[in-house]
Ligand binder design. Structure first.
Ligand code: SF4
Length: 310
């Protein structure tokens, strides 16, 4: 990997996390009550499973993320701690109802649905995503649904299947710059494949807002990050997020650099200069971090509620 500039934290500290990255454990009666009710109904959020430090902020803003299509991914990205294997075509047909129930139970106004990759399914999971979005849209017309999807191999039929269910935002993560895509991502994922999927949604379904995320700290240069931003902008992406890569276990890729808060701010400024509509950038920002903020931004800009379902 290319040598990166180690500033304040120095190379010997790369295995340790800067103070600002220490996880904040959510607490409070509201958190405990919601958690208890979710367990009683056998509902699980990614927010809890991943011990996301942003949980408190997201739940307070009535946003939560649900993982669907199981816990076993057919791919094996070198930054990700999700179990890899063959789920053998198993799909929980009750997930649409569970998603709808989660919205009711948590009083959500914004639901993010994400999944593992399911290369074992003929439609790569697009139909299940569509069923969930349809159900939540039907039961909760006031709620917006964002989907953080696998790339569906950028196959138009699969992408159309999902688009017809009318998600508010479709997100597909570029994850890293072109040069580092392999080894960072699974060999079946690709820099151009992600761009192709995002560009297709914007061209074929322009009413859908599109989003992507980049992790920093894997050895990328600023020039490469700017190139990635330009490529995403060319694909018509509306929303971009930057977050710090954190090594989940010693078996995963090493962190090459911990970015300073000011560097995240700088990336955000560049991204706005490139022309994205909305940018979130910070050490703990993840793709779904306070995803409702984009909706709030649109409402503020328009001075009214956007009727995106028309
Ligand atoms: S495809 Fe997604 S869930 Fe699967 S290993 Fe890669 S990052 Fe993790």
């Amino acid at each position: 990997m290319e040598k990166t500039v180690f500033k304040k934290y120095g190379k010997k500290n790369l295995v340790g996390k800067p103070r600002y990255l220490k996880a904040r454990i959510p607490k409070g009666d509201n958190y405990r009550d919601v958690k208890k009710s979710l367990r009683e109904r056998n509902l699980y959020t990614v927010c809890e499973e991943a011990m996301c430090p942003n949980l408190g902020e997201c739940w307070d803003s009535k946003t939560a993320t649900m993982m669907v299509l199981g816990d076993t991914c057919t791919r094996a990205c070198k930054f990700c701690n999700v179990k890899t294997g063959n789920p053998k075509g198993v799909v929980d047909k009750d997930e649409p109802r569970k998603a709808s129930e989660m919205v009711s139970m948590m009083g959500l106004k914004y639901l993010v649905i994400t999944s593992v990759d399911r290369d074992d399914l003929p439609d790569l999971g697009a139909g299940q995503f569509a069923s969930i979005v349809e159900r939540v849209n039907a039961d909760h017309p006031e709620v917006k649904v964002e989907v953080l999807i696998p790339d569906f191999n950028a196959i138009p039929d699969h992408m159309d299947t999902l688009a017809k269910s009318n998600p508010f935002v479709v997100a597909q993560n570029l994850e890293t710059v072109r040069r580092l895509t392999h080894p960072v991502r699974d060999r079946r994922a690709g820099y151009d494949q992600t761009l192709k999927a995002l560009a297709y949604y914007k061209k074929a379904h322009p009413h859908i807002h599109t989003k992507s995320s980049i992790m920093v700290g894997l050895g990328e240069t600023k020039e490469e990050l700017v190139e990635a931003m330009m490529d995403l902008k060319k694909a018509g992406v509306n929303i971009l997020t930057f977050g710090q890569y954190l090594r989940p276990t010693l078996a995963h890729l090493e962190v090459q650099k911990y970015y300073e808060i000011e560097e995240f701010d700088h990336l955000k400024k560049i991204a706005y200069d490139v022309g994205f509509d909305f940018v979130a950038s910070g050490p703990m920002v993840r793709s779904s971090y306070k995803a409702v903020d984009y909706l709030n931004f649109l409402n503020e800009k328009e001075g009214k509620e956007i009727d995106w379902k028309k």
